[in-house]
Design a protein around this ligand. Sequence first.
Ligand code: GLY
Length: 355
Amino acid sequence: MKTITVRASNQYDVKIGAGLLHSAGETLLSLNRKPCSVCILSDDTVYPLYGDTVTASLERAGFTVSHYTIPHGEPSKCLSVYGAFLNTLAQNHFTRTDWLIALGGGVVGDLCGFAAATYLRGVKYMQLPTTLLAMVDSSVGGKTAVDLPAGKNLCGAFYPPHAVLCDTNALDTLTPEIFADGMAEVIKYAMIFDRTLFDTLMADGKRFNREDIIATCIDHKRHVVEEDEFDRGMRQLLNFGHTVAHGIEQHSGYTISHGHAVAAGMGVITRAAEKAGLTEELCSHALQKLLSAFDLPADSPYDASALTEAVLSDKKRDGRKINLVLCKKIGSSFLYPCPVEDCEAFFASGIQKKS
Ligand code: GLY
């Protein structure tokens, strides 16, 4: 088992290892000695798999446990599901000294975090991410949100969790597509920060050591969050591929998953930057090879005009400019302020297929 301590506006441990869902109760007891109620927020795919394990562990540790299950998938990350969850907590007289637990992937984690940030102006919560994407990215760093009809994550708060347990055994029940979604974020860390990680993934392919690779990614995230918790500078680097990805997701009506869209976005932006002489030659070729080794796309199914609408609601837009994340070379990234009116041509230069 590995432990990474994040020292941000609050300090918390992220543990990574096999079987950690069985120790959820023990972990909570180490943080909260008094008896209290705990509500597990999960979805209808994950709760049947792991709900009993987590509940039993919490009850063994003396906690009073309830759960609230939402339909799986991005549409649940919305104001109405959020409101219904808060209302249920209130009807059950959930107090400020009680805890929430997010058991699931990014949707459950983001929604639970936002509920924790806002219910009674803040209750404590623990993240139990069960997807690779949630382990390496969304469960760490305290970005919580729900989507609005106008776009993803447009309503949220920075509210760090009080503990994160990444049980690597949970990865065994993921579909290949959902596992690949997480790999897109792993490859993102390699591209923006870590040439060694890139080479390891290229050499090991799908046989990579999960605990090591997840810990490597979380340690990168720890560093970023400690430097720029509130996303004013360096943290924006974590959005490599995401501006194009948001356009792809939005244009597909969210039928293309976040990870697959991020993979395509990284491919498009790297080809475009390479053509503009901003990225070292052959990076896009190497990236495409690695993405394809993990069954991920490297191109947009839509043309550039379809992607640029999303730029306008991108949180990285600063007036008429948007900070695109580019790589100088593999393992080294920078922010590139691009006038909004130039984005379409820039994206177009990175798209190979035409819709
Ligand atoms: N998912 C990007 C971030 O946490 O900043």
